[in-house]
Design a protein around this ligand. Structure first.
Ligand SMILES: NC(=O)c1ccc[n+]([C@@H]2O[C@H](COP(=O)([O-])OP(=O)(O)OC[C@H]3O[C@@H](n4cnc5c(N)ncnc54)[C@H](O)[C@@H]3O)[C@@H](O)[C@H]2O)c1
Length: 268
C-alpha cells in the first residue's frame, strides 16, 4: 500500500462529471486550480474565476493544452456582490445552468491576537472567508434551484476544530468555524430544492497559502508532520478526488456532511 498522492491525471480521463456545469472559485492557485482541472478531466464544463488574473490565465492555458473545457472570468473580486452575481449569471447563460459550485477562493490574514489589526486583518479575513462563500451561494442559488438541485462544496478546515501550535490562525479559525456551521444550515435550506451542501476540511495542503509558514516559521513543518498519521503534507489532488465524489451523482445521499481530509491529524 502506498501513501503517495494519486496525482491528477493529464487530459480528460473520466466521465464522473460528464454533462455537469461547475463554477470553481480561486482557480489561479492551489486547491481551486487542482479542483478545476480535475473536474474538467472528469467531463465537467468548468467556469473558474480569480482576483489573480495572471494565475487564472495560466490555469486556463494548462487546461487548453490538455484539451479541457475550462474558461474563467478574471480578474474577479468575489467580495464584490455584483461581480459574483455576474459570474453565476454568465455561467448559467453560457452553459444553460449551474450544477456544482466549489467555493475554494479565500483570503486569510495570519497574525497573533496582539498583532492583529481589526480592519486590515480580522475583518478582512472574515469577509475573505465567510462573505465570499455567502455571496457565491446566494448568487448561485436561483440557478441551482432552476436546475432542480446541485452540489455546493465549501471549504472549512482542520482549524475549524483544532489549534495548531506555532500557527497564528485566530481569524482563520473563526472564519472556517463559520463556514462549517453555515454550510449545515445551507444544506437544510437547500434540501427542499435538491441542493446538497457539504464541507471539506483539509489539514495542511501544500499551496501558495501555506508555503510561507512551511518555509519560514522554524519548527512549523515538523509540528505539522507530527500531527499526521500519514507522514506527508496534503496535495491539491488529494482534495480533488474527494471534490469529484461530492460533486458527482455518486454522492446523492450525502449532504450537511463535513469531510476531514487530513492524514489523520484531527483524530488523535
Ligand atoms: N492549503 C491548506 O492547507 C488549507 C487547509 C484548510 C483549508 N483550506 C482552504 O481551502 C481553500 C483553498 O486553499 P488554498 O490553499 O488553495 O488557497 P490559495 O491561497 O493557494 O488560493 C486561493 C485563491 O483564491 C483567490 N482569492 C482570494 N481572495 C479572492 C477574492 N476576493 N476574489 C477572487 N479570488 C480570490 C486567490 O487569488 C488564490 O488564487 C481555501 O478556502 C482555504 O482556506 C486550505
Amino acid at each position: 500500500m502506498t501513501h503517495e498522492p494519486r496525482a491528477a491525471l493529464p487530459g480528460k480521463k473520466g466521465d464522473r462529471l460528464a454533462g455537469k456545469v461547475a463554477v470553481v472559485t480561486g482557480i489561479a492557485a492551489g486547491i481551486g486550480k487542482g479542483v478545476a482541472l480535475m473536474f474538467a478531466q472528469q467531463g465537467a464544463q468548468v467556469v473558474g474565476c480569480d482576483i489573480d488574473a495572471a494565475g487564472a490565465r495560466n490555469t486556463v492555458d494548462e487546461a487548453q493544452a490538455q484539451g479541457l473545457a475550462l474558461t474563467s472570468l478574471h480578474p474577479l473580486d468575489l467580495t464584490e456582490p455584483a461581480a459574483v452575481q455576474r459570474l453565476m449569471d454568465e455561467t448559467a447563460k453560457l452553459h444553460g445552468g449551474i450544477d456544482i459550485v466549489v467555493n475554494a477562493a479565500a483570503f486569510g490574514a495570519f497574525k497573533w491576537l496582539e498583532e492583529m489589526d481589526y480592519e486590515m486583518d480580522w475583518r478582512k479575513t472574515l469577509v475573505g472567508e465567510i462573505d465570499i462563500v455567502f455571496l457565491a451561494c446566494k448568487a448561485a442559488w436561483p440557478h441551482l434551484k432552476r436546475r432542480g438541485g446541485g452540489s455546493v462544496i465549501n471549504f472549512a478546515s482542520a482549524n475549524a476544530r483544532m489549534a495548531l501550535p506555532l500557527s497564528p490562525a485566530l481569524a482563520h479559525c473563526a472564519g472556517k468555524g463559520a463556514v462549517l456551521a453555515m454550510s449545515r444550515q445551507l444544506a437544510m435550506e437547500g434540501s427542499a430544492h435538491g441542493i446538497r451542501v457539504n464541507t471539506i476540511s483539509p489539514a495542511l495542503v501544500e499551496t501558495a497559502a501555506t508555503r510561507h509558514p512551511l518555509d519560514h516559521i522554524e519548527g512549523f513543518r515538523e509540528h505539522v508532520l507530527a500531527k499526521f498519521m500519514v507522514k506527508r503534507l496534503g496535495q491539491p489532488a488529494d482534495i480533488g478526488w474527494l471534490a469529484i465524489y461530492l460533486a458527482s451523482d455518486e454522492s446523492t445521499w450525502v449532504t450537511a456532511a463535513d469531510f476531514n481530509i487530513d492524514g489523520g491529524a484531527t483524530a488523535w
